[in-house]
Design a protein around this ligand. Structure first.
Ligand code: ATP
Ligand code: MG
Ligand code: FE
Length: 373
């Protein structure tokens, strides 16, 4: 069984051909990140145009590299939710034409489901497991009970942690920093934080008084921004030209993000234990998404996993971020379970907003689990 996966939900045009064991036969990825980095955020019409410019070639390349003829494919899997409407549309339109042309089954994919399942392509991770997804566009905690069976325990009420780190990095003009010019905001902050003292600044961990597993990062961003402004004023430098304490601010901000993620995850684990949602002996805690490549944050989650008897699993960085491989793998998993496979001529629409699985956030809140001090 061979599956072609296509991803265009945000700013990556990706395609890959996988066999049913998860072996990557061929892949191609075009990232728009460098374009959007310069403009200080994704402009949807530009993202759409870049997807249009690249989709044909990216899919062609993945097929050529895999030496698979489209007629040999068992199905085509494509991200249809959630994401930027204009971006999703490009991948979906292309896929619809493709599956009609070759008469192939179509498997619509939920982008976050794909992120959650990628780890199973790399190693044996049986259901159920707890998953923490943290990226530039999302943060969520969920119990993965099956290929298309998720319980959503928490999600961000405002922005995602990667987005917050990107905005803080931009406020600090890290793109002009000699050591950071090619790095994403999150990577820049991780690098500078290594030489910083997090104790020089204190930011309050978000949502300390809320007994649920949801996230909030917008308040932290204003705390950090205010602190940057104060330092700029004290040192009498222009906006975005702070030098002296940038490392310390980066370290403190990163620490607070880590502490927020760790506390929410700890509550999610305690909730799962109370409700018997995870197997008793060392259930997996999967962490993925761009922010999951941060080693300081990994350490914080490792500590949570160790105290609660879970086993932290983080896929390598290249499988934490967006690509066609994760979409193809989700297709393989769905094909195997015969879940959500559509005929070539069926009409599917994209959904910019789509929560993952059954919403359990109210149940988590009602359980009112207090964390040990
Ligand atoms: P989504 O997958 O939700 O659509 P996205 O495409 O922006 O969003 P990814 O490509 O998975 O997400 O990850 C990019 C994000 O991860 C960026 O916000 C970036 O700053 C952040 N990031 C990357 N590396 C690190 C790191 N080492 N530490 C912290 N954040 C990081
Ligand atoms: Mg992306
Ligand atoms: Fe993603």
């Amino acid at each position: 069984r061979l599956v072609l996966g296509i991803e265009t939900s945000c700013d990556e045009t990706g395609a890959a051909v996988l066999d049913e064991t998860g072996e990557i036969l061929g892949e191609s990825l075009h990232s728009q990140k460098h374009v959007h980095l310069r403009s200080g955020g994704i402009i949807p019409t530009i993202a759409q145009q870049l997807h249009r410019d690249n989709i044909e070639r990216v899919v062609q390349e993945a097929l050529e590299r895999s030496k698979v003829d489209p007629r040999e494919l068992s199905a085509v899997a494509t991200t249809v939710k959630p994401g930027l409407a204009l971006s999703l549309g490009v991948g979906l339109d292309f896929s619809k034409r493709f599956v009609r042309q070759y008469s192939k089954p179509f498997i619509p994919i939920h982008h976050m489901e794909a992120h959650a399942l990628t780890v199973r392509m790399l190693q044996h991770v049986p259901f159920p497991f707890l998953v923490l997804l943290v990226s530039g566009g999302h943060s969520l905690l969920a119990v993965a009970r099956g290929v298309d069976d998720f319980l959503l325990l928490g999600h961000s009420l405002d922005e995602a942690p990667g987005d917050t780190l990107d905005k803080i990095a931009r406020r600090l003009s890290l793109i002009t920093h000699p050591r950071c010019s090619t790095l994403s905001g999150g990577q820049a902050i991780e690098l500078l934080a290594k030489d910083g003292d997090r104790k020089k600044f204190h930011f309050t961990t978000p949502m300390g008084q809320t007994n649920d597993c949801c996230f909030s990062f917008a308040g932290l961003r204003s705390q950090v921004t205010n602190m940057i402004q104060k330092q700029e004023r004290e040192e009498g430098v222009e906006k975005g030209t702070l030098l002296s304490c940038v490392n310390d601010i980066a370290a403190a901000a990163q620490h607070t993000v880590a502490s927020h993620l760790a506390k929410r995850t700890l509550r999610a684990i305690l909730f799962c234990k109370e409700k018997g949602l995870l197997p008793p002996s060392s259930p997996p805690l999967v962490m993925s998404g761009g922010v999951a490549s941060n080693l300081y944050i990994r350490k914080a989650l490792m500590a949570v996993a160790e105290t609660t008897g879970l086993q932290l699993i983080c896929p390598p960085a290249s499988f934490c971020t967006d690509n066609g491989v994760m979409i193809a793998w989700n297709g393989v998993e769905r094909l195997r379970e015969r879940r959500g496979i559509l005929p070539p001529n069926v009409d599917v629409s994209y959904e910019p907003k789509a929560p993952l699985g059954i919403d359990m956030t109210a149940e988590v809140k009602a359980a009112a689990i207090r964390l040990p001090p």
